[in-house]
Write a protein that binds this ligand. Sequence first.
Ligand SMILES: NC(=O)c1ccc[n+]([C@@H]2O[C@H](COP(=O)([O-])OP(=O)(O)OC[C@H]3O[C@@H](n4cnc5c(N)ncnc54)[C@H](OP(=O)(O)O)[C@@H]3O)[C@@H](O)[C@H]2O)c1
Length: 445
Amino acid sequence: MSQPAEVARLILPTWAGEFDLRVFQGASGEVYLLFAYGEIGDGQDLLVRLHSACLTGDAFGSLRCDCGPQLRQAMRRIVAEGRGVLLYAAGHEGRGVGLVSKLKAYMLQDEGHDTVDANRRLGLPVDSRDYREAVQVLQAAGVRSSRLLTNNPAKASALDRDGVLVESLVSLPTSPHLRNRGYVQTKAQRLGHRSPGGEPLTGDGFPNGDGEALDATVLLGEVGPRAGRPYVVLKYAQTLDGRIATSAGDSKWISGTQERRVSHALRAACDAVMVGAGTVLADDPLLTVRMLPGASPIRVVVDSTLRVPADAQVFGPDAVTIVLTSERSDPGRRAALRQRGVKVEVVREAADGIDLADGLARLLSLGVRCALIEGGSRIITSALRERLADRLVVAVAPLLLGKGTDAVGDLGASAVRDGLRLRNQTVHQLGPDLVVAGDLDWSRG
Ligand SMILES: NC(=O)c1ccc[n+]([C@@H]2O[C@H](COP(=O)([O-])OP(=O)(O)OC[C@H]3O[C@@H](n4cnc5c(N)ncnc54)[C@H](OP(=O)(O)O)[C@@H]3O)[C@@H](O)[C@H]2O)c1
């Protein structure tokens, strides 16, 4: 087998830092981008990522796979280590079947077939990647032994067999999104990948320790389509005496770090995270996923008069933001927000602000299928009063605040039996906090 030829070499500045990029072309015609960071030196014990190209995941942030977060995590790890190699195999798209076949397989997955069966139905191999040229490129760059950044033991065996010693596997789990959870599970169950979705939440929290990525999707329940709106989950953290903030509006932090990481895992699992204008004014939150690897959701702010200042962090460039507002808001302010790349949607008004049903219908029409409402009190109360939520996830911290902001306002219950109950509830211990999750039971009253 003839050696891949080096066809270009340059310094490539990236979001993660400057890499020495060497471009190789194999006898097969396939192109390999070798990103070296720091000194390769004797080539021993290098942190190595062999990344199969995934145009949809790597470049467009597709939520059907975990490729984009894996690529970015690998680059971060290599930079943090100060020495390592990312080999990007441009011809390995779709586990080697190519872009068009991968997209056709996605169409079959939409009909209910998993990633393995979809390929088979198209008469394609489940995995047709040949790692021999990639190994030749690694060897040409002086890589002798590696700590391989992968969840895929088969990739490690192939590298080992073809000549780059794999000393150990360093896993790259990503907190799953509802849209890639099935794919990630298939990779674990049918392709032998090691916990690609991170550590799953149990009643005891995360018994194997605080993994880098967490799978908290169990808290979301049976997510499915709803008539005219997304599936809606209400989530907040309260004290033992039912407060989500002090009377001065301070809520940082009611729950502990473990619980807040779970909140980020929930954001990473949903299409959108939504808050009212009051929360933005009080907390100036970013509403992104920062405490673990995972995709940030679309951020939604309900603000009927656009009173949230234009420099609020939620309008920053880290993720997409939609503002649901009413006809009462100033058209000039709407235009200024749009100018900043914020999507502004004018929906109907109601007594509490915007008409939440109309706002949620608008989100569904924009492709939001699961929305996580993270407070505050008014928006939570509106969603409950109008029966526009399916699931409740409440963290209860061992803390008393006395007077403060109630988690939930008046729901019109004069007798205990009128109260709203949860079904299918589960309880999870997260450090000092308890998390209770369940389906809202609208069957009575
Ligand atoms: N512990 C937690 O988990 C947690 C989470 C979030 C917030 N918080 C705390 O909660 C406090 C804020 O509570 P909040 O009740 O003021 O905030 P909020 O529910 O986030 O915002 C309420 C505002 O949203 C706007 N809105 C638009 N349409 C609405 C509708 N249909 N229903 C309800 N509101 C609508 C209204 O303002 P306009 O009329 O101007 O549109 C309303 O005043 C802060 O202290 C924050 O720190 C705690």
